[in-house]
Write a protein that binds this ligand. Structure first.
Ligand code: BGC
Length: 726
């Protein structure tokens, strides 16, 4: 950021509620240009064109942050784009600033009117003769209504090819504070795969539906030539219903429509400001011939680099892994979202907390989380409460849910573990501490009691399927998470050379309180005994007799023959089993195909991870319309067990970023081979095992400058860089 602070914010003089506005500036250049840069940002999402050409490849800029505290500025090199006569055009639509975001929750931009957007920019031109000039946004810019006559994050867009606003007027100055402006810290959002139509379907109802074969997040580019004034509409869906008809009741109030008003000419069109979660599209009022080659689905997500790969001899697990990858792509769109399709798409803290370990192996998400955690800290309340969603669109101050708010400790710690980033711990210590103190103030005799918790969200212990948050006792979960988060805080303090102060004592007291209230002789008391309760007591090291608690967990799982865990227990379930000798049970659950299981959705043809274990039932009926996403990554957290246990690649906490690796794979007779690799900060870490003639051989690869301990059959062997066979 160099010049933008001297520019002035401008907004449209024309009120365009739910549409887009364009700001233009003509610019004549008379001398040879040596270099030209453009700094820009907006309230809303913008795209810039110079002389009709798109500047940069960043879509939905400036992304989504806690705007009142942090607004990202992008710097573009536009040297090669300028000529003698230039038109700079900045189009801007509501994006994440759209009014009525999430069930009518008010978005916090009271300083801008409903539906108003604004931009700020500075263009610096250096000439070869050594002189330079800077053009700022000001009243010399014109504004007009744009052809995107409607744009809403949930409802979609309407593009009117016939529309021309022939009366541009000067933009209005928009006095606004500037101290929230900062250089971009996260990743850009960019376009990725282009997917062709797999099948054109005429449904039993007679609808024309195009199947792209993959549930994804993005938009459809299409070729269209319709009669002037005709409105062609694309609707989006993730699944077809039991009869094979188009179905998107699960989008709730989100209309997710893409409408194009034709002008009689041929167009190849893709939208600028909207995205959808979908696998299928339905065409309505499409007078043009429907040909597969006229439609391409464009996948969009944050520009994160793929780092993790997993493969094994069971194709169903490989499909599950692919679904996890697609779940991450679909929900890593500037913030870690719960889902990309319905009227939500929010940065739910719990979902991110549950998935971050997997996420950080699959992709390089260091910058992505540095940005999001900055927003988390900015939105944390004075009292230390961590809002349910970041950026906080709810404004429900001082509400905190265990396992959701713990994103404030779990996420920085994981970013440190995977990438060795110490700074994120330094930056997060206060936030962690404030959160722990918030819990202290809401605890009674060292039990975090009566909080407003989501519990083991979507577990199967509740009295009815609709009862999403009951099952495992909420105070039990909350206290377990305090114990876990305070441990992460203490470790973070140790890394940063800081004192953890009163926290170790509070933690010790909470452990005693937990054991006294919920356990006896190493077992969770019958009235509290659920799989998740046992998982937490084992995995967070709370039990004073972990082998006994793990035995109880194994009994609970084998008695019913399947998992019953929700968001809280699922990420650690297989770990708690295999870490304590119940590897076969862990694999039984992993390889189970009937509901409830990970492979049930695979059997049902899923291409992403579902929100519920039975989002779609065996007969094709749906869990419900009220809360049923087919692209919710939370249960994809099982991938960290695939990397860490099935393949056996573990980080040594004391030497993070895979500087010292622990290879400890757990095999199962039902698999013939497993292989995984993670591109670490030091290079590729690889583990592979295969069974031939009843003998298992292992191969491990340690990157240059790193060391590893191989743990096989209870025997430890130290190895150094290179490939090693056992
Ligand atoms: C979201 C979840 C989220 C939850 C909170 C849901 O509507 O989609 O993934 O964590 O609410 O309980």
């Amino acid at each position: 950021m160099k010049n933008i602070l001297n520019a002035q914010w401008i907004k449209s003089a024309k009120i365009v509620e739910n549409g887009s506005v364009e700001f233009t500036r003509e610019l004549n250049i008379t001398k040879p240009v040596k270099a030209a840069t453009l700094e820009a940002t907006a309230y809303g999402v913008y795209e810039i064109e110079i002389n009709g050409k798109r500047v940069g490849d960043y879509i939905f800029a400036p992304g989504w942050t806690s705007y009142q505290h942090r607004l990202q500025v992008e710097t573009y090199d536009i040297t090669s784009m300028l000529g003698e006569k230039n038109t700079i055009r900045v189009g801007v639509a509501g994006g994440w600033k759209t009014p009525n975001f999430f069930n009518g929750a008010k978005y916090h931009h009271s300083h801008l009117g409903v539906g108003e957007t604004a931009i700020i920019a500075a263009l610096e031109i250096e000439y070869t003769d050594g002189t330079s000039e800077i053009i700022y946004t000001d009243e010399n810019w014109l504004c007009s209504k744009d052809k995107t006559v409607y744009s809403h994050i949930y409802n979609g867009y309407t593009y009117d090819a016939t529309f021309i606003d022939d009366k541009p007027v000067p933009a209005l100055p928009f006095p606004c504070y500037m101290d929230n402006l900062m250089d971009r810290v996260g990743e850009k959002i960019t376009e990725h795969e282009h997917l062709p139509v797999k099948e054109i379907i005429t449904t039993p109802k007679g609808e024309t539906v195009l199947d792209f074969g993959q549930n994804m997040t993005g938009y459809v580019q299409f070729r269209i030539k319709g009669n002037k004034g005709e409105k062609a509409v694309i609707r989006h869906a993730e699944v077809l219903d039991a009869e094979g008809n188009f179905y998107n009741d699960n989008y709730r109030s989100a209309k997710a429509e893409a409408a194009f008003i034709c002008d009689g000419e041929e167009h190849i069109f893709k939208p600028a400001y909207n995205f959808f979660g979908f696998r299928y599209i339905k065409l309505e009022n499409w007078s043009d011939e429907v040909k597969a080659e006229n439609f391409t689905a464009i996948v969009v997500h944050s520009d994160i680099k793929r780092t993790g790969y997993f493969e094994c001899s069971d194709e169903r697990i490989n499909k599950l892994f692919s679904n996890i990858i697609w779940g991450q792509k679909g929900n890593f769109l500037d913030v870690p979202t719960d889902c990309p399709q319905r009227d939500e798409r929010l940065g739910w803290t719990g979902d991110a907390q549950v998935f971050i370990k997997t996420a950080s192996y699959n992709y390089d998400v260091e910058k992505f989380f540095i940005k999001w955690l900055g927003d988390l800290r900015a939105d944390q309340t004075y009292w230390g409460a961590v809002p349910h969603v970041i950026p906080n669109t709810f404004r429900a101050d001082d509400e905190c849910s265990a396992a959701w708010a713990d994103a404030s400790t779990v996420c920085p710690w994981q970013i440190y573990q995977t990438y060795g980033n110490k700074q994120i711990l330094e930056d997060s210590l206060k936030s962690m501490r404030d959160y722990l103190e918030y819990i202290e103030h809401h605890s009674w005799e060292n039990i975090w009691a009566q909080g407003n918790h989501f519990g083991d969200w979507l577990n199967l212990d509740g009295s009815s399927p609709e009862d999403c948050s009951h099952g495992t006792d909420k105070d039990l979960i909350a206290t377990a998470f305090f114990i876990y988060s305070s441990e992460l805080y203490m470790k973070s303090c140790a890394v940063c050379g800081k004192e953890a102060d009163t926290i170790p004592e509070l933690r010790a007291k909470s452990i005693v309180a937990f054991r006294n209230k919920y356990m006896k002789d190493g077992r969770i008391l019958p009235e509290y005994a659920t799989q998740t309760a046992c998982v937490l007591a084992c995995h967070f090291g709370i039990s004073d007799n972990i082998p006994e608690t793990a035995k109880q967990l194994n009994e609970l799982v084998t008695e019913c023959g399947h998992l019953k865990t929700g968001f809280v227990g699922t990420p650690y379930l297989l770990h708690a089993l295999s870490d304590n000798g119940y590897t076969k049970t862990a694999y039984d659950i992993l390889l189970r195909e009937e509901y409830p299981s990970w492979l049930f959705s695979v059997k049902m043809g899923a291409t992403t991870i579902w929100e519920h274990w039975d989002s779609m039932r065996e007969d094709g009926s749906m869990w419900s319309t009220s809360m049923n996403s087919f692209n919710h990554y939370a249960y994809g957290s099982v991938a960290d067990w695939l990397y860490g246990d099935a393949a056996g690649i573990k980080i040594d906490e004391s030497k993070p970023a895979f500087e010292h690796i622990i290879f400890a794979p757990v095999t199962d007779e039902r698999l013939d081979y497993v292989k995984a690799s993670i591109e670490s900060r030091h290079g590729a870490v690889k583990a592979e095992w295969k069974r031939e003639n009843g003998v298992v051989t292992y191969t491990f690869t340690v990157p240059e400058g790193c060391t590893a301990t191989v743990v096989l059959n209870g025997k430890e062997t130290e190895i150094s860089a290179g490939e090693h066979r056992f």
